[in-house]
Design a protein around this ligand. Sequence first.
Ligand code: HEC
Length: 130
Amino acid sequence: MQKIALLLIAVALFASCQSEKKEKEEIVIGKKTVAEKPYDIGKRIFNGKGKCYTCHKIDKKSIGPGIQEIMKVYNEQNADVVAFLKQEAEPIVDPETYTVMKTNFAILKTFSHDELKAIEAYMKEAGNSK
Ligand code: HEC
């Protein structure tokens, strides 16, 4: 009889430890999804409120040059995407159609420095993917 009681206690203890462990794991997983990488933030802005995707595809020209084309020129010239988006640097990819890109500075002005850095992070990574 005593043995069975001990066994039951052991099982109960084990079960409670397990559920505690599980709760902790869930909390950690929760934190991971909250901490978004700049790449993901940039991708969301580029394809969302920034509406950049309407003119910029990744690997081909549409209304604007593709991201790969833009980043090729930026890498070659060691240029700064954020400076361009802040209107602190001249266009270097296709200055002839700059007037079309210029229409976006109204919305770009509403983005924080971190949001512009996130767009840059996304363009760098998307531009380097083949
Ligand atoms: C209405 C179409 C359009 C939209 C929307 C648009 N672009 Fe552009 N973009 C262009 C065109 C056309 C060019 C080529 C002219 C130029 O080089 O500035 C360009 C060029 C660029 C360049 C290269 C600039 C350079 O040095 O020549 C970057 C970087 C860029 N766009 C980022 C963005 C981002 C980020 C967004 C979203 C906030 C965006 N664009 C939205 C049309 C657009």
